[in-house]
Design a protein around this ligand. Structure first.
Ligand code: ADP
Ligand code: ADP
Length: 229
């Protein structure tokens, strides 16, 4: 079952008379329930693609769908509702509220979600059940990122989009963050897309998509990770 699909997806940034092609006709298919990794050099278009899939940015040409819904045909209001109801985001920087505990940071989201997970349960999923009442400044970088991940999953999104979640972490701490994403993918079945340079992810992913210069070069399936049911 496909959850995302794109045809000829193109993104051009125009500044004055300079045009930068971030995406040059990307045809892509992502399978529901899978953990997919986007790899490729800096500037190859990975973030641009992730932002379009998440409804944070618009394509210049081509089409993209989330299930039966055409993202590239949505109004701004529809894209906002799509992001709110279906997508969790994780970025390199955690953006936690310094004056709130881990639990309270997660509760900020669960207050407005329709069928949220209790904050303590979301934090347990990322291995932070012993840090509920800690403030961000009392947590390591990896722990803060795991709070951000708990916040992203607490509204039970169908899709979790992660742009360099390990970018500010050393590789060992980064692995712990990626393991939290793998657990979420396994236990909740959340379709997960991750941009990371941490090589540890390749064994965890169902599929690795290689980008170069605004195009998909290669898609490699990981035979050692069973497909989701
Ligand atoms: P990465 O995705 O590799 O972490 P960034 O997203 O920070 O890197 O930026 C990738 C490239 O996009 C950089 O070369 C940066 O200069 C360029 N870039 C990002 N945002 C803008 C912008 N608003 N205007 C112009 N160039 C930008
Ligand atoms: P990656 O995530 O693979 O590093 P990006 O999607 O961030 O790549 O960037 C792809 C290309 O688009 C790069 O050449 C980058 O400089 C350019 N780019 C990204 N964002 C902007 C922006 N806001 N304005 C102008 N150019 C941008």
């Amino acid at each position: 079952e496909l959850i995302f699909r794109s045809e000829g997806l193109t993104k051009v940034y125009r500044t004055g008379d300079v045009s930068v092609y971030a995406l040059r006709g990307v045809d892509m298919r992502l399978h529901a329930g899978e953990l997919t990794v986007l790899l490729g050099p800096s500037g190859s278009g990975k973030s641009t693609l992730l932002n379009i899939l998440g409804g944070l940015d618009r394509a210049s040409e081509g089409r993209a769908w989330f299930r039966d819904h055409e993202l590239t045909a949505m109004t701004d209001r529809e894209l906002t509702a799509y992001r709110r109801d279906h997508v969790g985001f994780v970025f390199q920087f955690y953006n936690l509220v310094a004056s709130l505990t881990a639990r309270e940071n997660v509760e900020l989201v669960t207050e407005i979600a329709r069928a949220p997970m209790p904050a303590a349960e979301a934090l347990a999923m990322v291995g932070l059940d012993h840090r509920l009442d800690h403030f961000p400044a009392q947590l390591s970088g990896g722990e803060q990122q795991r709070v951000a991940i708990a916040r992203a999953i607490a509204k039970r999104p169908e899709v979790l989009l992660c742009d360099e979640p390990t970018g500010a972490l050393d590789s060992k701490t980064g692995i712990q963050v990626l393991e939290a994403l793998e657990r979420i993918n396994r236990d909740l079945g959340t379709t997960t897309v991750v941009i990371t340079h941490n090589a540890g992810i390749q064994a965890m992913a169902h599929r690795v998509v290689f980008f170069a210069d605004g195009r998909i070069n290669e898609v490699r399936e990981n035979a050692t990770r069973a497909r989701p049911a």
